[in-house]
Design a protein. Structure first.
Length: 53
């Protein structure tokens, strides 16, 4: 991720973050389930490991 290193500075290192969990349900009317799906697709496009259940 060179663009992040440029933003953070040359001397910094990126931390190892834990896996990301995206959860959605049809019953929650505050946010459309499609938002979680779009975020999952974006993370997959960026190369993050994924598991679809």
């Amino acid at each position: 991720m060179p663009e992040i290193r440029e933003h953070c500075g040359a001397g910094t290192t990126l931390a190892a973050y834990p896996p990301i969990l995206l959860a959605s349900t049809k019953r929650d009317d505050r946010v459309h389930p499609g938002h979680a799906r779009k975020m999952a697709a974006k993370l997959q496009a960026l190369g993050y490991p994924h598991l679809l259940l």
